[in-house]
Design a protein around this ligand. Structure first.
Ligand code: GH3
Ligand code: MG
Ligand code: MG
Ligand code: MG
Ligand code: MG
Length: 313
């Protein structure tokens, strides 16, 4: 099955793959107990714009993984304490990390090792000694695939913002970091007011256009590190790490002021729209996505019954 590939062909393949990759600033986490391997990988990847996070044993593995949130993980098989295969299995069983591409570095490529590596859930392996172009091609290949698949699985097709699934994964990651660093988090539910009327009066296509505009507006209003997602229908969720609910509610109120002052412009139409918001805070109102959501949803319900067009925190 294996055809020998000459270096020039490999480099050509690298360039072809690179052209399709959107994220050249990918972060790669490498775990290997050999410092020479770590600096070699760094040396090969950094010219391609990739950032490397290196670790020489499994002790601070989770801390480093969570703290750096890499786009791809490279594991050595033989490590002090836990071996790479075990680490890979644990990563694969964690819902927060099960789609992270994992590549193995191995000096042994016998059928047994290859089987073990793939059975543990690895995506690929790279044999030692490391050949630079091979390493780069395999990584870029994985990054491109994962980029395409993730975009499809995590994006709401109508508005282009994150979907509910993505928001839950990201909120879970935020909560984990909040717990580690003693930070608050603000979770806000946003529900458009009398949206059914928009559809009834202007048609469903107009309703869709409004949802797209609201998605854009939310993305512009919040920080790039915040989570903005479509929870479903005409409801959006915003997650703000390190923020208490007063600051989160303040931002939403400012957005309501903007909507009071300026109508949404959709084609020829001008449309005044408002929303209601319910805001909850970690850890006071809940420590899981589920409990925080329920609390924010209750606040949202209060905002609706109190007359809409307001935020309750
Ligand atoms: P309230 O102020 O109580 O939230 O009233 P509302 O009309 O916004 O709420 P309701 O839950 O009664 O209706 C939500 C409407 O949102 C009904 C549904 O047709 C519309 N909707 C949900 N998803 C979409 C969508 O993807 N596109 C369009 N155009 N409309 C949608
Ligand atoms: Mg080793
Ligand atoms: Mg609703
Ligand atoms: Mg409703
Ligand atoms: Mg509504």
């Amino acid at each position: 099955l294996q055809k020998p590939v000459r270096p020039a062909q490999i480099m050509e393949a690298v360039f072809q793959v690179l052209q399709g990759v959107q994220t050249t600033e990918a972060k790669i986490m490498v775990v290997d107990d050999d410092p020479q391997i770590l600096s070699l990988v760094k040396h090969f990847l950094e010219p391609w714009g990739m950032k490397t996070v290196t670790l020489s044993d499994s002790d601070r593995f989770w801390e480093t993984l969570e703290g750096s949130s890499p786009d791809l993980l490279i594991l050595d098989i033989e490590l002090p304490h836990l071996n790479g295969i075990d680490l890979c299995q644990v990563v694969r069983n964690d819902p927060r990390w099960n789609s992270l591409p994992v590549l193995f570095l191995t000096a042994h490529t016998g059928p047994d090792i290859v089987h073990q590596v793939f059975a543990a859930g690895a995506d690929d392996y790279i044999s030692k000694p490391i050949v630079g172009p091979e390493l780069v091609t395999r990584i870029l290949n994985r990054l491109e695939r994962i980029h395409l698949l993730r975009n499809m699985a995590e994006t709401d097709p109508l508005t282009g913002v994150a979907n509910r699934r993505k928001s839950i994964t990201e909120l879970d990651k935020f909560l984990h970091l909040c717990h580690l660093h003693g930070q608050p988090m603000c979770l806000a539910m946003v529900d458009l007011d009398r949206f059914k009327q928009v559809n009834d009066l202007h048609g469903h296509a107009m309703g869709d256009a409004v949802l797209r505009q609201v998605g854009k507006l939310l993305l512009r209003t919040f920080r790039s590190e915040d989570i903005v997602a479509r929870w479903g229908g005409e409801e959006f969720v915003v997650g703000m790490y390190g923020m208490n609910k007063e600051s989160g509610a303040k931002r939403l109120r400012e957005l309501l002021e903007v909507l009071h002052a300026e109508p949404l412009v959709i084609g020829e139409e001008r449309l005044y729209l408002t929303f209601s918001g319910g805001v909850a805070q970690y850890p006071e109102d809940g420590t899981t996505v589920d409990t925080l959501y329920r609390c924010a949803d209750q606040a949202l319900y209060q905002a609706k019954t109190a007359g809409r067009d307001r935020i309750i925190a």
